[in-house]
Each structure stands twice: as C-alpha cells, then as structure tokens.
Design a protein around this ligand. Structure first.
Ligand code: C2E
Ligand code: CA
Ligand code: CA
Ligand code: CA
Length: 275
C-alpha cells in the first residue's frame, strides 16, 4: 500500500507540474472559476463512539478542473495561498458551508458542519467579521459552524489568542486539527478557548498493535477530558481501531470505516434513514 501511495504522489506531482499553465489559466480568472461552480465541498460525517449517532460533518474542498478532473485540496490549496487567493477561496468556503447548514435546516436536518481554516485565512485581519457576516446572512446558529485550525496555528499564541477568543465568543465550535503532530505546549493548551481536539490519524493507524500509539492516544484523551474538551479520532478505518478507541474512552470518530467524504445530497439521505 505504501508503494502505491508514493507512486501516486509522484504521478500527481509530475502531472501538476506539466499542467501548471493550465492551472494558471484557471487562477487568472478566479471569479469565473467560482461562478462556474468548479469548487465544491464534500462532507465526511463523524460519529459518537458510545451512542453511534452522527454528530456532525467536516467539509472538504474539491476543485472540478475542466481539464484535469477533480483535484484534492493538497494539490491546489498551496497554490491558492501562494498566489494570494486564499481570502477569496476561503470566503467561498465559509459561505458555502453556512449555506449548506441553512439548506439542511430548511429540510429539518440539524447538522453541525466544520470547515478547515488555512493558516493564511486564519490570520486575515477580518476573519472574525467574515465568519460573523456569513453566519448572519445564512441565519444559522453559530454553534452549528465548526472551525478546524491546526495545532501549529493555534500554538502561535501571540497571533491566535485574540482571534480564537473572539470566535469563541461568537459561539462557533473550535477544533484543533491534526493534534499530536505539532509542537504543543500544554501550558498554552490549557489557556486556549477551544472545544475539541482531533487526534491525527498517524496515531490511529497502528493503534491496535503499537503500544506507543495506544499510550499517546490514552494520554491525549485523558488530558482533553481534564480540560473539558471533546476528543475526535480521525482516520478510523477498521472496527478494531474503533473498539480500541471505545476502550480508551475517545468521544467521537471519523474515517473510511464509517464513510468517505460525500456529496451533501448523499449525506442527507443517510440522515433520513438514521435520524
Ligand atoms: P484534514 O483536515 O486532516 O482532513 C482529513 C483528510 O483525510 C481528508 O483528505 C479526508 O478525505 C482524509 N480521510 C478521512 N478519513 C480517512 C481515512 O479513514 N483514511 C485515510 N487514509 N484518509 C482519510 P482531503 O479531503 O484530501 O483533505 C486533505 C487536507 O486538505 C485536509 O486534511 C485539510 O488540511 C485540507 N483541506 C481540505 N479541505 C479544505 C478547505 O476547505 N480549506 C482548507 N484550508 N484546507 C482544506
Ligand atoms: Ca480537518
Ligand atoms: Ca486532520
Ligand atoms: Ca491533515
């Protein structure tokens, strides 16, 4: 499996290089790219481990490129950032996620949706205003919108504390993404106004066999609970991993074992089957 992943990466890398002009052409007219609905969000549900019910969904951006097909965010978000277009694309993401929460609400479905904020987007001077405006325009409960920021973004405390505090006061749900991969000061973690830690999937992969990973996840769950934070395990692919997380007392889980990211209409049919 490792072999095929690296081959695929190499293939993607070389494709994206040889098609760089093609990508550039699209970026030259970003407004058109957005107006043509080339960006879209897929939704990956997460579940309560003890109760089994769905607790929300994470929005993951895709780009339906006219020539190159559907591109994953790892391929184009870095370019979006590099070319100074993250505030435009980021605003589209916030707008689209809030609109989806509204559309589901109109159909009687209450679903929390989390979006991923890039470092550049999180550092925008007006990021709190943007999020507030989009929540008001969609007329949704702020807590239904979740924001995922990475550990390294959060731990840059001088830059992050003010923004996090204002977002927390706004009432949105705040998660630290990829937790465990960055440099974390426990002293800072204690002070951060956040709701949730998402344990990086690198600790979940081998959780059944690797005593080190087991110990780390156990410690993160205990720490989070002592700080009154919820803990989500990402990248859960097997029932064995899920059982181990249940034994440890992790609150929620997300991963291919349950569902891959899906189109909103496919997710909505599941709510109705399992309300
Ligand atoms: P992330 O936030 O850590 O998202 C989880 C990634 O792991 C997603 O890839 C998801 O499809 C994948 N995944 C979920 N469950 C499993 C599993 O069980 N096994 C495996 N192997 N993978 C799983 P995706 O959608 O390609 O996104 C990659 C990264 O791109 C995300 O990592 C996030 O950092 C970034 N990203 C995605 N959407 C956005 C967005 O709207 N804005 C920004 N700024 N970044 C985004
Ligand atoms: Ca995430
Ligand atoms: Ca993550
Ligand atoms: Ca990640």
């Amino acid at each position: 499996a490792k072999q095929s992943v690296s081959t695929e990466r190499y293939a993607l890398y070389s494709t994206s290089c040889s098609n760089q002009p093609l990508m550039m052409r699209m970026f030259n007219d970003l407004n058109k790219t957005i107006a043509n609905n080339e960006f879209f969000l897929m939704y990956q549900p997460k579940y309560s481990i003890s109760g089994g019910q769905m607790s929300g969904a994470e929005a993951l951006i895709r780009w339906r490129h006219p020539q190159m097909g559907v591109l994953s965010p790892d391929r184009f978000i870095p370019i979006v950032e590099e070319f100074g277009m993250m505030s435009t694309v980021g605003r589209w993401i916030v707008h689209e996620a809030c609109s989806q929460i509204r559309r589901w609400s109109d159909n009687g479905i209450i679903c929390q949706v989390s979006i991923n904020l890039s470092a550049i987007q999180f550092q925008l001077e007006n990021i709190v205003d943007i999020i507030k405006e989009e929540i008001e325009e969609a007329d949704i409960r702020p807590a239904l919108l979740g924001l995922e920021i990475t550990e390294s973004m959060a731990m840059d405390i001088d830059k992050s504390m003010n923004t996090l505090t204002r977002l927390y006061q706004l009432g949105v749900t705040i998660s630290i993404d990829d937790f465990g991969t960055g440099y974390s000061s426990l002293n800072y973690l204690k002070r951060l106004p956040i709701h949730e830690l998402k344990i990086d999937r690198s600790f979940i992969n081998d959780i059944e066999a690797d005593d080190g990973d087991k110990a780390i996840v156990t410690a993160i769950v205990a720490l989070a609970h002592n700080l009154r934070l919820k803990v989500v395990a990402e990248g859960v692919e097997t029932v064995g991993q899920l059982n181990e997380l249940k034994r440890i007392g992790c609150d929620e889980a997300q991963g291919y074992y349950f569902h891959k990211p899906q189109l909103p209409e496919d997710l909505a049919s599941q709510f109705r089957m399992e309300p």
